[in-house]
Design a protein around this ligand. Structure first.
Ligand code: SF4
Length: 238
């Protein structure tokens, strides 16, 4: 368990990852994190465009890294197709599909149909938060593709963060990357990505809760649009 004392101690030990390096500190952060946490580090990947960049960087540092996808059973078929392409390109990576305990039918029997519409927080808890808790249980730290530019709530994210919700260290190598830099990297390295990105979906989650973005000024505007919800809870503190 990460305590505030051990977190403070860690803060004194970590190197200053150079934000002006070729990958804006991302490769350096990943190298440090895998050297420090080894098998106790897992990447929870949604296979969005930041995930495509991170996987390519991770494969350079730890080719057999463990990567977990929260398979809510509500994802677009294009997302599953993207995962298949990534598996083919990086066969050494250990990509795991973390399943929720309930099928969609079991969830509907207990909470009523379309829980994503009637109570999306409960749906996210069952299908994302509890499965991530289980996936992270053996780990000390996890990697996330958060970028500061993505939203106000992410503007203060650091390379290393104390994640109170899951009681882990959260490693965020891409904090300094802009949307354009993410795409420049994907194009330069000819990486496969989710084709929905070309159809107006900058941020891709579960199909019932994701629409094309209204504005590229807020690339997450298509997520849970009209419901008042902006985050699934994986990156909030409570
Ligand atoms: Fe359910 Fe929507 Fe959350 Fe997916 S994003 S788990 S469908 S509420």
């Amino acid at each position: 368990m990460i305590t505030f004392e051990s977190w403070n101690e860690l803060q004194n030990q970590v190197p200053d990852f150079p934000a002006d390096s070729e990958t804006k500190g991302a490769l350096e952060t990943l190298q440090w994190a895998y050297d420090t946490y080894g098998e106790k580090l897992v990447y929870a990947c949604s296979f969005g465009i930041e995930g495509i960049v991170l996987i390519d960087l991770i494969a350079q540092v730890k080719p057999d890294a463990e990567i977990v996808f929260l398979d809510t059973h509500y994802h677009f078929k294009e997302t599953y197709e993207t995962i298949d392409k990534v598996k083919a390109r990086y066969p050494q990576l250990n990509i795991r599909m973390q399943q929720p305990e309930m099928t969609i039918e079991e969830q509907a029997a207990q909470f009523g149909p379309d829980l994503f519409a009637t109570n999306p927080n409960k749906c996210c808890e069952i299908r994302k938060i509890i499965p991530l808790q289980k996936a992270l249980a053996p780990s000390t730290a996890w990697i996330s593709g958060l970028r500061r530019e993505q939203s106000e709530s992410r503007a203060n994210t650091n390379y290393l963060n104390l994640d109170n919700r899951f009681e882990k260290i959260k490693v965020c190598p891409l904090i300094h990357w802009t949307w354009k830099e993410v795409w420049r990297y994907v194009t330069k390295h000819e990486l496969d990505y989710n084709v929905l990105h070309d159809q107006g979906y900058p941020s891709i989650g579960c199909a019932p809760c994701t629409k094309p973005a209204f504005s590229m000024d807020d690339i997450r505007s298509g997520r849970w649009s009209g419901s008042g919800k902006t985050e699934c809870g994986l990156h909030t503190t409570s």
